[in-house]
Design a protein around this ligand. Sequence first.
Ligand SMILES: [Zn+2]
Length: 200
Amino acid sequence: MVMRGTLLPMTMPSWVSGEESKPAPMPLLLVQSFVNTWDGDHNSDLLLDPATARDWLAKAGLWHADRAPDPAELHRARAVREGIRALLAANSGGPAPVPADLETLQAVARTERPALQVDRGGRVTLGADPADDPDAGLVTLLLLIRDAQRDGTWPRLKACGNPDCRWAFYDRSHGRVGAWCDMATCGNRIKNRRLRRRPR
Ligand SMILES: [Zn+2]
């Protein structure tokens, strides 16, 4: 079992996993935490059960409707999540995303409209209008990715190289050479596996 280290509870928003030992800066942290709603090592998925999903998505500011997401909406959210994970795998030096990885991201970009608001000071922000389409939260994630791709933080958000893990982590290493969510667990685990596979 992977123990990715524990953070002080006060330092992170409530929607961040307690195992987030390599958090991205805000607001990219929201994209990372969304990807990490699936935890392969503990075989848990916060976007499977409607009530659990509503709880997490509402805390993260990605859900504003007065109801839980329906199965089709959850299916879409999970597809967006795995599409983003494919992008993070490419950031880690993995294969470029294939068209199927991008399909749902492209569908969301095509059909959803971000709820933009202009406040009294003229600042343009993403609004949280309960009347909005519930899928609008997924567009918020796309906008955060766009911003990160512009400001240069995006290539540092990666998926762990352990195929059983694929946890999203933020690589702060010099030269962006990090490959594991945690060297002590996933890194050594893969290394040991490779050693075992070597012919005697
Ligand atoms: Zn890992």
